[in-house]
Write a protein that binds this ligand. Sequence first.
Ligand code: ATP
Ligand code: MG
Length: 448
Amino acid sequence: MALDIKRPNGTEDILPKDIYKWYTVEKIAREVAETYGFSEIRIPTFESTNLFQRSVGETTDVVQKEMYTVKAKESEFTLRPEGTAGTIRALLQNGLLNEALPQRVFYMLSCFRHERPQAGRLREFHQFGLEMAGSASPSADAEVISLAKSILDKLEIKNIELYINSIGCPVCRAKYHEALRNYFESRKDDLCDTCKDRLVKNPMRILDCKSEICQEIGKDAPIILDYLCDECSNHFETLKKYLTSMEIEYKVNPRIVRGLDYYTKTVFEFVTTEIGAQGTVCGGGRYDGLIEQLGGQKIPALGFAMGIERLLIVMDKQNCDYIQPKTCDVYFATMGDDALNQAMILSQQLRKDGIVAEFDVMGRGIKAQMKYANKIGALFTIVIGDNELENNIVKVKDMETGAETSICINDKFKNSFTDIYLDKVLNKMDEDDNSDLLFSFLGGEDNG
Ligand code: ATP
Ligand code: MG
């Protein structure tokens, strides 16, 4: 029978065979963020449409073309196209900005944008992102950039470049917009319809337009760095100094303006050329006006977001290491009801120690059970039949070597099995030098 309902265009199923890759990114991103003093925040999937119009900006692609807006009875909501607006709304609404500053929060969430689906560009995608609120100092910019860099480094992603730029503040932006209007005026008839409107309302947005014509026309446009006021210029120079002190390599790219309106001063992107056109794996910057714009006090802030799908495309391509998925440690093959019952009792004991134990729930014969154990890559099998039940002795079979060890079914069962199990795991580790496995079994933290 053909499946006649398929997942929507631009969405993906994340299957069990790939989930450990996600765990790797999530674990490392979380751990690195925590070492910089960030805590996790979780926000709703949908917000008032207004929130995004007011923060992301009326003239951005996201608001003009990409939002999923739903009407529910009398209210209108939008599925979050990004995480910053909702996070700042949550900080404000819960009074966190009245507490000790800076506030540092990170999030992992799905975002929704109605874009043309292609490799690395989805309609539902996932971000790891964070926001720091309270500091106007370029040291905070350096801190946030270094955090992003640490995550990429820990994931062992290579060949990735950091581009930075400053897009100034409303003071310098006014002069810059004037210069852009003059520049585009002579070719305004060639701009796309959206950009004709942007020329009036927000000319800097033209530089972020995805249309080839607009990009071509914008190639020689004036650059914002020539229009920075003293404060913004000093901020940018100090940031560069800090990045150098932190030994973080960067390139100034005056063409980066970012696709969301709330940015001020520093903007940055981590870009790789290895995965085609969708090479920006992380984008961020400062947004000193946003909190006030959303009804809060004048509190400077900044942040970034990484696209997890894009990170995984790069990691796959570069053969990066992932945390190993958990697989079956021991499979009980049983004959008869009493044996099944015994397998259940023993499995429960082992699982309390984190050992992955499985037994037959399909009513299969012993041969088929062993075949299944093989298929799922069980490390050990234990057969339980009448003999074993009678003598209270089972054989633990190492599925790799075929070696068998007899152990008693009594109150020492768990200890006896664990000894055999640990022996195997430690041996394997010597072979693979895979210390993650040991650490996770021993319940410790992998710091290395
Ligand atoms: P782009 O220029 O590629 O459209 P953007 O400027 O719209 O990116 P941001 O809003 O800054 O992206 O989002 C941060 C990160 O989220 C991006 O750097 C990218 O890694 C990821 N991202 C953005 N849009 C998508 C999408 N449609 N599908 C997958 N990942 C995305
Ligand atoms: Mg975009």
